[in-house]
Design a binder for this molecule. Structure first.
Ligand SMILES: Cc1cc2nc3c(=O)[nH]c(=O)nc-3n(C[C@H](O)[C@H](O)[C@H](O)COP(=O)(O)OP(=O)(O)OC[C@H]3O[C@@H](n4cnc5c(N)ncnc54)[C@H](O)[C@@H]3O)c2cc1C
Length: 400
């Protein structure tokens, strides 16, 4: 029999994925009542906590350490000490070494599932936050003083009022729709295959990115000497490649990646992701803010999605800790995220489009970009600081 329970909170975070959970941790010092609502049927494992390997910028690693999440990982993050960039048909290649820029590492690789479980564990220990899971927000109505949410739970419908709703509910965000915020979608015409693989040369802290007209291929170093592999293929070819046996897929990957790590010996189970960019037109409406994939779902090639989403979460926490919650919070948040967001989107989208375009101008442009990176230390340093997450203004010290 359906039961109806009413509850009033300051903040309702809708979506307990990587970004919503990070926000819950960052809000610990804000002194506000917070609920984190997650729809996943298996409470511990929302859909984003999967086998994808995340390259996290050093700034994200530092933030997760200070939020108390890093010590809860089962496997320590694998440092990225070098980044090797090349393009099919270009003779040039670029090798960025963190040591040359005075850093031990550019960032590190973690398994999304491991990070998700560490976040869930951290959230379960928070004093100010209650995680409601499984519970799906089935309706959201905005009123003068906040929002009213209807939750579908195993015990029936629940109702909840919040002064601010955070849409951290992913690409198809229902909160974004309820707030009347439109999106712009671009289909890259590519599908991404993600797997682990073993090669002759064991991973040594180098991340590889290789671009071709067919799309990017990348290898991320893993702690056990294996690699996290991603390979973009045109959507027209995707079903054929999905059907390949593992050995045939290893050969296909080798043909795309080349021999920089020797012979590719073994590949693990492949997971497949369509590649679409979905951008919200705005990051706020009265009593609502968007963050993470609900705000911007971007091409994974630049490894920016979670890094940017985490900075969204820290940015909101910073405003709430410094200024408290008011009717002006949503707009202040959107304004504070504008510069970082637009620069990160431009970088990520530029990379994806440039590498997806087999035409001569893009080819030349890429060669020039690589050449410039090798030749001009100032430009390289700028790219490096962006890759490490130090893009945009502001420090998040106060909430960490
Ligand atoms: C293959 C791949 C590789 C990637 N690599 C990197 C990388 O190297 N570095 C990087 O920074 N980023 C990377 N990303 C991007 C990164 O994974 C995402 O940016 C990040 O996971 C987004 O998290 P999120 O919490 O915003 O969204 P999601 O993971 O989509 O979480 C949204 C959550 O909301 C819940 N939800 C949805 N609707 C409701 C509802 N109505 N009620 C309650 N709950 C709801 C869902 O169950 C889900 O758990 C990669 C992405 C892919 C696909």
């Amino acid at each position: 029999m359906a039961s109806e329970v009413s509850e009033n909170v300051d903040i309702a975070i809708v979506g307990g994925g990587l970004v919503g959970s990070s926000l819950a941790c960052a809000l610990e010092r804000a002194g506000l009542s917070v609920v984190l609502i997650e729809a996943a049927e298996t409470p511990e494992i929302p859909p984003g906590f999967d086998q994808r390997k995340l390259a996290l910028a050093q700034r994200s690693i530092d933030a997760l350490a200070r939020l108390g999440v890093l010590p809860l990982l089962q496997a320590p993050p694998t440092a990225i000490r070098r980044i090797h960039v090349s393009r099919t048909g270009d003779f040039g290649r670029t090798l960025l070494d963190a040591a040359e820029f005075g850093h031990p590492a550019f960032g590190a690789v973690v398994l999304a599932q491991d990070l998700g479980l560490a976040l869930a564990k951290r959230v379960s220990r928070l004093q100010q936050t209650r995680r409601i899971c499984p519970a799906r927000v089935s309706a959201c109505h905005f009123v003068a003083e906040g929002a009213r949410l209807t939750l579908a739970t195993a015990e029936g419908k629940k109702h909840l009022s919040a002064r601010l709703v955070v849409a951290a509910d992913g690409t198809d965000s229902c909160i974004r729709k309820a707030a009347g915020i439109a999106t712009h979608t671009h289909d890259y015409g590519q599908t991404l295959f993600v797997s682990s693989l073993m090669a002759d040369q064991i991973s040594d802290g180098t991340a590889y990115e290789r671009f071709s007209g067919q799309g990017p291929v990348a290898l991320l170093p893993m702690a056990d000497g294996a690699y996290g592999a991603i390979c973009a293929v045109s959507t027209a070819d995707a079903s054929g490649i999905a059907k390949l046996e593992d050995a045939a897929y290893a050969d296909y990957f080798q043909s795309r990646f080349g021999w920089r790590v020797g012979k590719i010996r073994e590949t693990g189970k492949r997971t497949i992701y369509p590649l679409k960019r979905v951008l919200a037109e705005r990051l706020h409406a009265p009593h609502a803010v968007l963050m993470g994939n609900a705000a911007q779902t971007i091409h994974p090639i630049g490894a920016q999605g979670f890094n940017l989403g985490l900075r969204d979460a820290l940015g909101l926490a910073l405003i709430l800790v410094a200024e408290g919650l008011s009717a002006a919070t949503a707009e202040a948040y959107a304004e504070s995220r504008q510069e970082d967001r637009s620069r990160t989107l431009a970088f990520s989208d530029g990379l994806a489009r440039m590498t997806a375009n087999p035409g001569m101008p893009a080819h030349l442009l890429r060669s020039m970009a690589l050449g410039a990176l090798g030749a001009a230390p100032a430009l390289a340093a700028g790219l490096v600081s962006g890759a490490m997450g130090y893009r945009g203004t502001g420090s998040f010290e106060e909430v960490l």
